[in-house]
Design a protein around this ligand. Structure first.
Ligand code: KIV
Ligand code: NA
Length: 278
């Protein structure tokens, strides 16, 4: 596969070809993004919940994120590789952000980083871009602020907050963001932002079909669990049922001693069994 670059992503936007982004958390999921044509692989901090069992992304440390970035990077080579900057790794100022982002690039092997926030993080985007680290912005619903926002809620439903989102999007592009995630914003607001940006593609999740691309969480797309499903999730796979039937069939075969059978078992060399039993 040909390497996906920022220039390529920008050309997809210009041609009107939707950009596909998918999260990955380990070597096999990274490999799958590589093998099946995903444009951007994101090591999302959703890692905290879907892989590590934490109750919020705010629990995730930079070292935990790095451990998973290294695994994804070994599998995902052609897609543009982005990692979320975990909560608390860029809040103490631009130098704090540079230190954390440098670790994600150097030790994690990612090419770009994603930062949640509106115009208040524009200075950080500007600083990271200045040192040569591409930044993907993330506006709308910001899971790292779910406590402050009293939960996971759609953003920009009234005119004032919609205007604030547009304002942030423009400031973030101006600061150098090469692309932007729009999470849980009304379709017309996402469409307006997409039209207003000069070159940064918008990647939507719960933002409608007018964005320049879409992103989903691996586990949601694959149907790994059948618990709460956000309105914007579509389950394209049904891994949960595959896992259940696989495990049940395994337990049954072991209990009835039909696994392993002779073709799944080793014998001894010719004549050795008799000697062994003497
Ligand atoms: O952490 C994540 O998976 C994300 C995507 C949903 C955009 O930030
Ligand atoms: Na995230």
């Amino acid at each position: 596969r040909k390497k996906v670059t920022i220039q390529h992503l920008h050309s997809l936007r210009e041609k009107g070809t939707p950009i596909t982004m998918l999260t990955a958390y380990d070597f096999p999921t990274g490999r799958a993004c590589e093998a099946h044509g995903i444009d951007i692989t994101l090591v999302g901090d959703s890692l905290a919940q879907v892989c590590l069992g934490y109750d919020a992304t705010t629990r995730l440390t930079l070292d935990e994120m790095l451990h998973h970035c290294r695994a994804v990077a070994r599998g995902s080579k052609a897609p543009f590789l982005v990692a979320d900057m975990p909560f608390g790794t860029y809040h103490a100022g631009a130098e704090d952000a540079v230190r954390s982002a440098v670790r994600l690039v150097r030790e994690g092997g990612v090419e770009g980083v994603k930062i949640e926030g509106g115009r208040e993080v524009a200075d950080i985007v500007r600083r990271l871009t200045a040192v040569g680290i591409p930044v993907m912005a993330h506006v709308g619903l910001l899971p790292q602020r779910q406590a402050l926002l009293s939960g996971y809620k759609v953003q920009g439903r009234d005119a004032d907050s919609a205007r604030a989102l547009v304002d942030s999007a423009l400031a973030l592009e101006d600061a150098g963001a090469f692309a932007m995630v729009l999470e849980a914003v009304p379709r017309p607001v996402a469409e307006h932002i997409t039209r207003s940006l000069r070159r940064a593609p918008t990647i939507g999740i719960g933002a409608g079909s007018a964005t320049d691309g879409q992103v989903l969480v691996w586990d949601d797309l694959m149907g790994i669990w059948d618990g709460h499903k956000a309105r914007f999730v579509r389950r394209f796979g049904n891994v949960k049922d595959e896992v259940e039937s696989g495990i049940k069939a395994y337990i049954k075969a072991v209990r009835e001693r039909s696994f392993p059978d002779d073709t799944e078992t080793y014998g001894m060399r010719e004549g050795e069994l008799e000697k062994f039993l003497q």
